[in-house]
Design a protein around this ligand. Structure first.
Ligand code: SF4
Length: 399
């Protein structure tokens, strides 16, 4: 799977300068958590998100003062902006008039057909796509008590499969309204906080529709726990070729969402790396230096380098030399010292306290040489396993 052969089955939707679906790379999005009417704070956060790698940013527009802030925010934003609309279709109309690049509508709380049709007409006039997204939390009917009771009893009998059916059913009904109005500039989502439900719901959407899909695990929690839940669901779907844009949702600084989404897409080779890739041994009883601290120090230092080189930090000579051969810059440690390698060549041996600086210096040097065309990054696959080495004391390969 690659950036090119990933999305072959959806139509393409254009969100400002960013295409979604139809073979386009998976786009990363996040959402601001500032008050949108605080233009300065919102514009600053959008800027941070875009610098971190967000292709699209969504802002909530709960009130008229938020939509009134949109023209200024749009002017300042380096990436297309999506307006997140709940309850009041009027906010969608105001956001469209302000020039947002996409609208997110929740059919669970804006379901009045004439109101939806007014939003459709406004978006069509300006070629603005709309995401219609259902969430597990809002899927059961709230107003009509008879319908509510029927849906609840259906879920009580077959919660997992019944819920997915209900999500797809409600989305299908909403999509029909758009299609009857000749509007197909749609992106779909069906979110839940349960990773298994997310996987099943999106598989069902992918079987049924050819609209681009916005992937997300909603209310995933803080990064420490939400990360596993999100990656389990989104990683599974993306590896199956499902998903055109992702939003990881954490109760945290949204920049973390973007960083994790980027790492996920990089790991699945759905996006080309633009920064160094850090490979490190997991440590074991052979370790003779404080490798865990070294790895964290290297990670922090590499954040300043914008060349997608492969950097390996290895704890011993068992796997160290093999990793070092496949990496652009590497260190493998022995007792109180480390051997620095650049593109497979052993450059020098340094004392433990010099390992960080020596490794970083070589990374900087290589980045400059790559930028000036004097060197090329190695794309050799990593060899894991001990080559013959005079310092190796056993042949185990626990890493
Ligand atoms: S054997 Fe593997 S895990 Fe153990 S220190 Fe060496 S490289 Fe690290």
């Amino acid at each position: 799977m690659s950036e090119q052969d990933h999305h072959h089955r959806t139509r393409r939707v254009q969100v400002g300068s960013v295409p979604l679906g139809g073979g386009a790379p998976v786009a990363i999005q996040s959402m601001t958590n500032t008050h949108t009417h605080d233009v300065e704070a919102t514009a600053a956060q959008i800027d941070r998100l875009a610098r971190a790698g967000a292709d699209l940013v969504r802002v909530a527009v709960p009130g008229p003062k938020d939509t009134a802030a949109l023209p200024e925010i749009l002017q300042a934003s380096p990436v297309p902006v999506i307006a997140d609309v709940h309850f009041h279709h009027q906010r969608a109309l105001e956001a469209v008039a302000a020039g947002v690049h996409k609208i997110r509508l929740n059919p669970g709380n804006i379901s009045d057909r004439p109101q939806v049709e007014r939003v459709i007409a406004a978006c069509r006039e300006r070629s603005i796509p709309i995401r219609v997204g259902v969430n597990e939390g809002g899927i059961v009917e709230r107003r009509d008590q008879t319908k509510r009771a029927a849906e609840k009893s259906r879920l009580a009998e077959t919660y997992h499969s019944g819920l997915i059916e209900l999500m797809v059913e409600k989305l299908t009904r909403t999509i029909r309204v758009f299609e009857e109005n000749d509007f197909t500039d749609l992106v779909l989502s069906a979110k839940s906080a349960d990773a298994r439900i997310v996987i099943e719901a999106y598989r069902a959407l992918a079987r049924r529709f050819d609209y681009p899909l916005h992937l997300g695990v909603t209310h995933a929690g803080p990064p420490e726990t939400g990360r596993i839940r999100s990656i389990a669901a989104l990683g599974t779907l993306l590896a199956e070729g499902i998903g055109d844009t992702v939003r990881i949702s954490y109760a945290a600084d949204p920049v973390v969402e973007v960083e994790d989404a980027k790492e996920l897409l990089n790991s699945l080779k759905l996006r080309a790396r633009t920064e160094p890739e850090l490979i490190a041994c997991p440590t074991c009883g052979r370790i003779e230096v404080d490798l865990i601290k070294l790895v964290q120090d290297v990670r922090r230092k590499l954040a300043t380098i914008k060349t997608p080189m492969k950097v390996a930090v290895m704890g011993c000579v068992v796997n160290g030399p093999g990793e070092a051969e496949g990496a652009d810059v590497a260190v493998f440690a022995g007792k109180g010292k480390g051997i620095i390698c650049v593109q497979g060549r052993q450059i020098r041996t340094v004392s433990e306290d010099r390992m960080l600086d020596a490794l970083y210096d070589e990374c900087l040097k290589l980045a400059e040489q790559v930028a000036s065309g004097q060197a090329q990054l190695s794309d050799a696959p990593l060899r894991v396993g001990p080559p013959a080495h005079p310092l190796a004391d056993d042949g185990a390969t626990p890493a």
